[in-house]
Design a protein around this ligand. Structure first.
Ligand code: ADP
Length: 601
């Protein structure tokens, strides 16, 4: 329960920063993408607006010079001076009509000083300008006062959007009339729309009253960018710039900023066809006093946003996963490292314990071996006793004799006796030294063992018992150097043990024959020591048991440890101990040991 709660708390604790991180990633990727996109659009719009301004200016400039040139033609002055002359008027009409065709302008017409058209290129059309009053048109007013005029308006009779260029016609320094060239702005609009479509943007041109009169989108035309107040409507009606065309307000959100500090703004424009958001870039065209607006649609940028955000979220999740994986991996490594350290510590502690146990075991083993050895010695004690008592008794009788010899002044005999006594003491010292060496604890040091010497030393220990039991001993030992590697005292113990067992086994036998032979098997570099007796042999049922600890048939004297310890000792010397019964009766114990190889062996 506690673990589950902690886990849940941990998960919640982790999820909150992850979610915050995701939100920040999404927000910043959106901000970055939009910012970058807007910058790109702005850069592009800058280029496009310059191109379009240049194009429109060039288109208008072609016509600007025309009225100035025509105004100098004397035919116009003549016509203005003789307005009642139909011939003259027909001549001017024909001239203007010809000019209109050549210049590809919409209309060309001549007004008198009062603004009444007296001749026009469309004189013969139903929508003829002749006799129309243009005195209210700003381009007439400008030219009448001696300046060249430029004006945009919807033609009253033609109902076409046109750009008007006007120039005064002088006579003797007086303005006689005004010549006007009207350019159909629809053509320029069409061409500009083509450019806008190619550039994937929309455009519109607004006049100083913020009325859109030219646009790549039809329903934007004749709409005001700013709210239309009553007074503004009134002024527009008066100027008749847009003839009878109704002017509405463009549905634009937020409100159009006429004098915005930046020339870049985002607007949502709504029409019957729906709403769309645009990035607006505008530029004033000083010659015409128009404002050109480039409107780049934001929808492609907005449409690309989900994909970008998805990409950013995926990247974020990937990075988070990578970080979590790295943290988890580091944790695992630390955990593993910790576990490894702990294991190492435990292994060290356990090894130490084992080493201690091993030392203890070895000590115990040594004690046990020693105990077994002493048991053998114990069993041999009677014969050893005898072996020691004999020279002691001899010593005593020699000492008594010597006393007698000295009493009779037989110094030479006494001297002789003393010599024998010294020899006897030496023999006693020898016997004791052998037993001392046998009974001493092994130092546990291995060295090269001369096998003949080891057998002889072991025999010294058991010799008194051999003699006591009247055992006949046969030896067949190699003559040359023959060495094995091991612990001398231990090997001696094994040999004494096996020989003593053999002597015990032969106690009930009429024939007591002990044969010790050593054979070298050069092929396998093995030395085989065979100890054969003429006892009853080992019972088949006990064959496998005799090497087990505490197995004995000698309840009175045996511990049952001799053979099991002997087996361990021989195995520790990389050897083997086996037993079999001889055909003639009696047991044969075989010790096979690796020959110690070195130079000269
Ligand atoms: P112990 O001498 O104390 O009995 P050992 O381990 O030396 O213990 O011997 C175990 C037993 O193996 C002896 O009790 C005896 O029954 C049997 N044994 C050993 N050597 C001989 C042998 N030469 N002939 C017959 N039996 C033997």
């Amino acid at each position: 329960m506690v673990i589950t709660r902690t886990k849940i708390k941990h998960k919640i604790g982790l999820s909150i920063p992850l979610i915050i991180g995701l939100v920040i990633t999404l927000y910043s990727s959106q901000w970055y993408w939009l910012n970058k996109g807007v910058n790109n659009i702005a850069q592009q719009s800058e280029k496009q607006i310059n191109e379009l301004v240049l194009f429109i200016d060039q288109q208008l400039a072609q016509f600007e010079i025309i009225p100035e040139v025509i105004a100098t033609n004397p035919i116009l002055q003549e016509g203005l001076l003789a307005q009642k002359n139909p011939k003259k008027m027909a001549e001017i009409n024909a001239y203007l009509s010809e000019l209109q065709k050549v210049t590809e302008s919409s209309d060309i017409y001549l007004t008198d000083a009062l603004g009444i058209a007296i001749a026009a290129s469309n004189w013969d059309q139903p929508s003829s300008f002749v006799n129309q009053d243009y005195s209210y048109r700003p381009y007439f007013i400008a030219a009448r006062s001696g300046r060249s005029g430029r004006y945009y308006a919807v033609g009253v009779s033609s109902d076409k959007r046109g750009f008007y260029f006007s120039n005064p016609v002088y006579h003797n320094g007086q303005v006689l009339g005004v010549i006007v060239v009207k350019v159909d702005i629809g053509v320029i609009e069409q061409q500009s729309t083509g450019i806008a479509i190619a550039g994937q943007y929309e455009f519109m041109i607004s006049d100083p009253d913020d009325i859109v009169f030219l646009s790549s989108i039809n329903h934007w035309r004749f709409n005001s960018l700013t709210p239309l107040s009553q007074s503004k409507r009134f002024a527009l009606n008066n100027a008749k710039r847009y003839a009878n065309r109704p002017i509405s307000e463009l549905s634009i959100h937020p409100d159009y900023k006429v004098n915005s500090a930046t020339d870049l703004n985002t607007y949502k424009i709504t029409s019957s066809k729906g709403s769309e958001t645009f990035l607006e870039k505008k530029q004033l065209m000083p010659n015409a006093n128009w404002t050109l607006h480039i409107l780049a649609p934001m929808s492609p940028l907005y449409k690309s946003l989900p994909a970008i955000m998805l990409l950013a979220a995926s990247l974020y999740l990937l990075i988070v996963l990578f970080i979590l994986y790295t943290i988890e991996r580091r944790k695992n490594l630390l955990r593993m490292h910790h576990a490894q350290n702990q294991l190492e510590q435990r292994v060290k502690a356990r090894t130490l314990e084992l080493e201690q146990a091993n030392t203890q075991l070895k000590d115990t083993q040594d004690e046990l071996i020693q105990a077994a050895k002493l048991t053998v010695i114990g069993s041999l004690s009677a014969s050893i006793n005898h072996e020691l008592n004999q020279p002691l008794a001899a010593l005593r009788s020699y000492a008594q004799n010597t006393q007698t010899f000295l009493g009779r002044n037989m110094f030479d005999d006494a001297k002789n006796n003393l010599k024998i006594m010294i020899e006897l003491t030496d023999r006693l010292a020898d016997i004791i030294a052998q037993f001392k060496s046998f009974t001493r604890k092994s130092q546990g040091k291995d060295n090269a063992i001369e096998i003949q010497q080891a057998i002889e030393q072991a025999l010294t220990i058991v010799q008194p018992e051999i003699d006591k039991q009247g055992v006949q001993l046969s030896k067949s030992l190699p003559t040359g150097k023959c060495q094995i590697w091991g612990d001398t005292v231990r090997l001696q113990q094994v040999l004494v043990n096996i020989i003593s067992n053999a002597i015990v086994a032969m106690q009930q036998s009429s024939q007591r024959h002990l044969t010790i032979s050593v054979n070298k098997i050069s092929d396998s570099n093995t030395l085989i020591i065979s100890i054969q007796d003429t006892g009853p042999g080992v019972r088949e049922s006990q064959m496998s048991k005799i090497f087990e600890p505490y197995f004995t048939t000698n309840e009175r004297q045996g511990l049952g440890l001799g053979l099991s310890i002997s087996q361990r000792i021989i195995e520790s010397m990389q050897g083997q101990i086996t037993v079999e019964n001889s055909d003639k009766g009696g047991a044969i114990f075989r010790l096979s040991l690796p020959i110690y190889l070195h130079e000269g062996n």
